[in-house]
Every structure is written in C-alpha cells, then in structure tokens.
Design a protein around this ligand. Structure first.
Ligand code: SF4
Length: 486
C-alpha cells in the first residue's frame, strides 16, 4: 500500500516518522513525505500519488495548522486519514470529538500504524485487532483498542528511513543530520510535555529507553554512507546520562563514524569521565539547560534539578575540554521579575557560555507550569486559545506570554540577551543596553541567533541559506522535538 505523510514545513522534521517509514517499507509498503510549504499544489501531488492511507502528525502548539489540514485531507482526499502526534496523545477527547476523523492513534505508532496499514491492505473491516487504534465502527461510534504499551527493546526498530527526504533535496544537502539513540526523558520539567506524558502513560512500560550503542553507531554509519553529512546532532533530550553506554559508544563512534557531533546534557551528568568520553568520540558542542540564573525559579517554577554549583562545575569541565558550550535559557516565566531575568545573563557570562540560546517561556497546554500559571493568575485559558490561534495562523509574535509588570523589559532584554553574553557585559552595562532604544533596535538579534546556531551545528553558508529559504527561521518551529511520537 502507498502511505502519504503530511507535514507543514521542513523545519518540523520528526525522527519517529522516519522510523515509521522504515517499518512500513519492511512490510512491503511505499511511503512518501509531502511538505505543504514546499509544494505548489500539495493536494494535486497527493492525488497523483494515490495513497491508500494518509498520515498526519499533529503537535501541541502546531495543532491549529494540523487540525485545519487534517479536516481538508479528510474532506478532499479519498484515502482514509490517520491522525497521530503529541496533540491527539495529550488532547485525545478533542480530536475524537471532531466528526471528520476516522482513525486516531495516540502515543507511539511503531506497532499500530503498520498493523492498520496491513489490515487496510487486506481489506479488513474489523479493526479491533489493531493495537492502540481509535476507530469509528460502521455505526460511527468510536472504538478504542488497548495500547500495545511502550516498545521496550529499541534495537528491534529499523534504521530511520532518510530516503523520505529525497523529494526535498535541501533537507539532504543541509549537511547536518539528526539521530536519536533513545526515547523519553528522565527529567520532569514543569513546562515540558514529557512530564505529563510520562505521568499518563505509567502503565505502558518503561518511559525512558535506549538503543544499544553498537546498532546505534552502525545506523549512523550506514545512513551517512548513503546520505553524507559533515555534522551529526544527537537529538536525544539527554545524551550523557548513562556513562556505561557512553563508554561503549565513544570509541566505536570515533572509529566507525568520526563525524563531529553535538548533543544535549544535564549539568550533573557532565563529570570528568563523561567529558573525556565525549571529547574522545569527537564531540564538537554540548548544550546544557541553564534556563534561569535564579536557582529558586529553576527549582520551584521550572522544576529542574540543576543547582548553581552543578552548573558551574559541569560547564567548567566542558570549557576546559575545548568542547563548545551552548546553553538553553528562558525568559518571562510566570512570576519572574526583571531582576531575576538579568541574573540569567550574568550566570551565562560566568559559566562561559559560548552559544547562549534564549526563548520566551511558552505555555504549552496541559503542562504543570501552564496549569499553575492559570491558577495563580499569570495566564488565562482565553489567552492560551488566542495564542494557539496566532501560532496556527502564522501570526504569532514572539514575546512574553504571561501577565507581568516587567513584560516590556523582558522584550527588550530578549533582544540584547545574546549580544550581552557574547560581549561579556557586566550587570550595569546590560541594564544600560536594555534602557537604550538605539541598542535594542540596532542589535540584529535574529541574525545573531542564526549565526550562533550556525556555529554550534557547523552549518555551511549555502546549505544553511537554502534551508532558511525553505523552512524559515528556527524561531518559527512549532514541533516539539519528541523522539518517539511522530
Ligand atoms: S525540558 Fe528537556 S530536560 Fe526537561 S523534561 Fe523536557 S526534554 Fe527533559
């Protein structure tokens, strides 16, 4: 059977979708990706492909686009539509309430989608045996098949099917490729979907799983032999939490792949041994979650376990090793003051962060942080609906989302944040910069952001520009880089 995957832009690449494509091909099926942003007439292209099933992944945050597109697909394309993604996973009842959908699969899809495709290909009308499928029976009633549970042994999965990108050469020419060794995250940060997802799916099995190092390295080597890249990004939420795994991975990767890579890490995991293994493997950069310069905010609002001393010790080891140090930072979180946000600039400076990433705190639906912010009066459900509509319409203007008397200052600080850290400015100088209309307007913060990402991922100018022209600025991304739900 032919299966069409529909996606909004090349920016929102999904590792789980590539694995799903590999699984379907193993079953003898044909898959094809359709990126709306890059197609002149996507519906025409879909009709020519004549799929037996269309799959759309809808993400929290990008769900207004996803729901709108799914409705059009259900109306205009003859093939049945299956809806997957973090949105139906966390907001299942909302999706099931829509009359136009027939098939919905919340959570991981490695078992459910191939089983559904096989059943449809065999002409079966009784879909009760498709694990995890929500489907309408002949009376139009939803039937909810029990979930197959989390796949425990990831080594049984096929390699991600990168050929899915072939219709869009800019994705293959980018030169930077993303690989994922595991699924789930051991942390439970209050603002992240991982927290809610792991809580709700406790009965499905182990949430955090990982491939063995040997097949993972082989997968990267094979993939790069076919589709070369000069840089690899390990897209795992946390890559360094298991020293035994790294001990096996590091020499193998160096010997078999040898392409410089970047990864994400918690400060506590950045021990001398971990850093030396990363350096041995050829790690170019590590991104650490700093998020806030105020430890109380970090612990109470974000529920991140990183203490100042852990951050300082871990970051110092990274710097001494010569590995590039990047940091994730958030601004304008619920209850944050301007003074606390300024402390984030200073902590990044003290830690010697070379690639300081900054983003406004986004209230993701259903997370503990969002719910608490609503209870405490920093946010409203109406504001959430408005924000999501703006995102869907492509009109979302990046800025503070929570109610605060300091929002105007947050906006100004956001624009000078990276510049201030790059220039090593002290507290008084940063305050001055924020007060200066000229500086706030003149600092090209979007360009600076691209420049820093370019440094971290070693992006080359021409493919980088090509990617930018197709997929836009990374700030426009709406996908949660979830590693196991397409
Ligand atoms: S924010 Fe990052 S570290 Fe925290 S739970 Fe989510 S993925 Fe894990």
């Amino acid at each position: 059977m032919r299966i069409a995957f529909v996606q909004d832009s090349g920016m929102n690449e999904s590792a789980a979708l590539l694995v799903l494509s590999g699984l379907l091909k193993l079953g003898g099926h044909t898959t094809r990706l359709f990126i709306e942003h890059d197609e002149r007439d996507m519906f025409g292209a879909l009709r020519r492909f004549d799929p037996g099933l269309v799959l759309i992944a809808i993400d929290i945050g990008g769900h207004h686009w996803g729901l709108g597109m799914a409705s059009r697909l259900a109306r205009d394309i003859r093939a049945p539509l299956v809806v997957v993604g973090t949105y139906p996973t966390l907001e299942l009842d909302e999706v099931l309430a829509r009359p136009e959908f027939r098939f919905v699969i919340p959570g991981e899809c490695d078992v459910a989608v191939p089983a559904l495709v096989d059943a449809l290909a065999a002409g079966s009308r009784d879909l009760a045996a498709v694990p995890g499928l929500h489907w309408r029976d002949v009376d139009g009633q939803w039937q909810r098949n029990p979930s197959p549970g989390y796949l425990d042994d990831l080594d049984v999965l096929p390699a991600p099917d990168v050929s899915l990108f072939e219709p869009y050469p800019y994705l293959l020419q980018f030169g930077v490729r993303r690989f994922v060794s595991g699924r789930g995250c051991a942390n439970r940060c209050s603002y992240c979907y991982n927290n809610e997802l792991s809580r709700r799916t406790r009965s499905l099995g182990r949430y955090v799983r990982r491939k063995s190092a040997t097949p993972f390295v082989a997968e990267i080597a094979d993939s790069l032999a076919k589709y070369p890249a000069h840089h690899v990004h390990m897209g795992d939420d946390l890559f360094t939490h298991d020293p035994a795994w790294l001990r096996e991975f590091a020499p193998l990767y160096r010997r078999t792949v040898g392409v410089p890579f970047t990864c994400n890490a918690t400060p506590m995991s950045l021990t001398s041994e971990t850093i030396s293994l990363l350096a041995q493997a050829g790690c170019h950069g590590v991104a650490v979650g700093v998020e806030s310069g105020d430890q109380v905010l970090r612990e109470r609002i974000l529920e991140r376990p990183a203490r100042d001393e852990d951050l300082r010790a871990g970051c110092e080891r990274v710097r001494k090793s010569g590995i590039l140090l990047a940091a994730f930072n958030l601004i304008a979180m619920p209850g944050e003051t301007y003074e606390q946000a300024l402390s984030t600039v200073q902590l990044n400076r003290q830690l010697g962060v070379q690639v300081p990433r900054i983003n406004f705190t986004i209230p993701l639906r259903g997370t503990r942080m969002t719910e608490r912010a609503i209870e405490e009066g920093f946010f409203t459900r109406q504001a959430q609906a408005d924000l999501e509509r703006e995102v869907a319409a492509g009109r979302f203007k990046l800025g503070p989302c929570f109610l605060s008397p300091d929002n105007a200052q947050f906006e100004r600080l956001f624009r000078v944040f990276q510049f201030a850290i790059m220039m090593g400015l002290g507290d008084a100088q940063v305050r001055q910069l924020v007060r200066s209309d000229l500086a706030v307007k003149a600092i090209p913060f979007r360009m600076l952001m691209l420049y820093m990402e370019r440094t971290f991922f070693r992006i080359q100018w021409v493919p980088g520009l090509q990617m930018y022209l197709h997929a836009g600025h990374p700030l426009g991304r709406t996908k949660n880089f979830n590693n196991f739900i397409p």
